[in-house]
Write a new protein. Structure first.
Length: 103
């Protein structure tokens, strides 16, 4: 069963479905398989990916350099790693879903 996040050696990995050209930036619970991110940036010349990296870093309280896009550079569904304490990062991720999620 896939989940929106899972522990990794360096921290956690997350899956995010991106909606570009939204009215404002927002990071939200999505489905059990992925988070949802609404980005004001358009999907051109890496603008949406840069906005996503910044939004994820701010949401999880890490530096932008700790967030890496590992898959989905040109797709709506993206996979990222977030470096840091895996249990602390997973606790932040769990807040979006409540106790029902088993990430």
């Amino acid at each position: 069963m896939s989940t929106a996040w899972q522990a990794a050696a360096e921290g956690i990995r997350i899956a995010v479905r991106v909606t570009p050209r939204a009215s404002m930036n927002a990071f939200l619970a999505g489905t059990p398989e992925h988070f949802a991110a609404r980005l004001a940036a358009p999907p051109v010349e890496g603008a949406a990916n840069a906005a996503l990296t910044e939004l994820v870093a701010r949401t999880f309280g890490v530096a932008k350099r700790d967030v890496k896009l590992i898959a989905g550079e040109t797709a709506r569904l993206k996979r990222l790693t977030i470096a840091g304490d895996a249990s602390a990062l997973a606790a932040i991720a769990a807040k979006f879903y409540g106790a029902a999620h088993d990430g």
